[in-house]
Design a protein around this ligand. Structure first.
Ligand code: SF4
Length: 483
């Protein structure tokens, strides 16, 4: 097999990648020849990680189908196997490497089969070299900034070349890429790529590059097109949506964007993820004043200790976070607030962990994603000394999870007996005898109904609360929502 390394810029600067001036916008292009590549062939796609990755996976599925490939969930019958990877945690990486390791036999049985890896892992220093050396079954590797080139890269790989294309930085924004949406009734919309925050534990600014916002008009056109297509709910995606538009010179760009999206009339708007430092009062008021912006907010705090937050380079204190939450709840009393929390960051003492527990009590989150810290090579935190022992991390995580669950249950109990609007996703994956969907406050609701279709907005009476979900029954007739 020829080894074609188209280009690779492996330097991972301590402060992340630098962009030389603003980037342009151009349209995605695919040749007629590339559109024929998949005729009579099947693809298997596995996506790991966050919603941004899921959205990228939808784009690559759209490209593969534009090339004529048909999707299969059976690896043994796939002509192309694509792994869309995540680098945020060591465990996810090990899982991918384990899975790719097992594909050696499949490749030997059918040497024409293409095994491809893309996403954040490809952007990490040393990973490509390791894959090339230890995993001869991998034919194609491309990075997060090279997705628009996927058809051309796959075409090269199908000719028998071993192809690597990983850039450090997005050279231009590429619009009009195809998409195969996971759901017909709800959609993810990228509003920006990358992040400028450089939290010391996080690999994202290195794997996804510096912040790059899509022009507002493109986003609104996409939301309008989705609405025409029957989509009921859009989730605006970015690593730090509150900073949207700064690189475009917009003042308070996120509020402008929220209001413009609300004006399209699409029934439900959500956004993910936010950074406490960049919140503006105007964006909170837009949430309050526009009924199609959902009253659910994910606002990662990470720690309740000022000393830990400083070492994390989060740029706010626990007191500032509490004030922000208080201001939000004064404006939106029924706001459903969720967060991310890390325990066992280097140097975290028992007293500092207690401050996190205190903050959870003070803010009373509806739900939290909790993590025991694990170092990501290449990040500043990975070079910090004073690691917290694993058993201490585990103990702290258990205590924290119990507290989070208690608050979740208390919030959810308040919904019992009330009628809420639920956007149905279809039968529940865990129990097909009931349907599943999400309320306006982003609560997972499992409900009984005679019949419910994906994409249908239903009135559901809440019968029973759990820590992280609600059980209910669809009701009909004249409905007065209690939310
Ligand atoms: S704001 Fe989020 S994505 Fe950006 S560096 Fe911090 S943790 Fe990573």
């Amino acid at each position: 097999m020829n080894d074609t390394r188209t280009y690779r810029l492996p330097d991972q600067q301590a402060e992340g990648h630098r962009r030389n001036g603003p980037v342009g916008v151009r349209a995605y292009a695919i040749s007629e020849e590339q559109k024929q590549l998949g005729a009579g062939r099947r693809y298997y796609l596995r996506t790991y990680g966050c919603q941004a990755n899921v959205r990228d996976g939808e784009t690559m599925a759209g490209m593969l189908e534009q090339m004529g490939f048909v999707r299969t969930s059976d690896q043994t019958e796939a002509d192309v196997l694509l792994f869309n990877t995540c680098a945020i945690r060591q465990a996810a990486e090990e899982h991918v490497l384990g899975e790719i390791g097992q594909l050696r036999r499949l490749k030997e049985q059918h040497p024409d089969r293409i095994i491809a890896l893309c996403g954040c892992m490809a952007q990490e220093p040393g990973v490509v070299e390791n894959l090339l050396k230890k995993y001869p079954q991998v034919d194609l590797i491309f990075g997060t900034h090279n997705i628009h080139r996927f058809p051309a890269l796959l075409q090269q790989a199908l000719k028998g070349e071993r192809v690597v294309e990983v850039e450090n930085e997005q050279s231009s924004l590429v619009e009009e890429m195809p998409v195969h949406r996971t759901f017909a009734h709800k959609a993810f919309v990228h509003i920006m790529l990358g992040c400028d925050k450089f939290c010391t534990y996080c690999i994202v600014p290195y794997t996804r590059g510096r912040q790059l916002s899509r022009p507002l008009s493109y986003i609104i056109e996409e939301v309008q097109a989705l609405q025409k297509d029957g989509v009921q709910e859009v989730t605006l995606l970015g690593q730090n949506v509150n900073a949207y538009g700064r690189d475009l010179g917009l003042q308070d760009g996120f509020t402008q964007l929220l209001e413009a999206c609300a004006d399209t009339g699409i029934p439900r708007i959500r956004f993910y993820s936010s950074h406490p430092r960049d919140y503006t009062v105007s964006s909170i008021e837009a949430m309050r004043d526009r009924p199609n912006i959902m009253n659910a907010l994910h606002l990662p705090v990470q720690s309740g200790s000022d000393a830990v937050l400083k070492r994390m380079n989060r740029g706010y204190t626990a007191g500032q976070y509490r004030e922000l939450v208080q201001g939000m709840k004064e404006r939106i009393p029924d706001l459903a607030l969720t967060t991310d929390l890390i325990v066992g960051f280097p140097g975290e003492t028992d007293a500092q962990f207690q401050e996190t527990l205190d903050l959870v009590d003070a803010c009373s989150f509806d739900m939290a994603y909790t993590f025991a810290y694990s170092p990501r090579p290449g990040t500043p935190a990975a070079r910090m000394t004073d690691a917290v022992p694993e058993d201490v991390k585990k103990e702290r995580l258990n205590l924290l999870n119990q507290k989070v669950a208690d608050h979740g249950l208390a919030h959810n109990k308040a919904w019992e007996g009330k009628i809420v609007e639920v956007l149905c996703d279809g039968p529940s994956k865990k129990n097909p005898a009931v349907y599943a969907g999400y309320s306006r406050h982003n609560k997972l609701v499992n409900f009984r109904a005679e019949k419910a279709e994906p994409g249908q907005l239903l009135a559901v009476r809440i019968d029973r609360a759990h820590s992280f979900s609600l059980d209910g029954t669809a009701v009909s007739g004249e409905i007065e929502y209690n939310e």
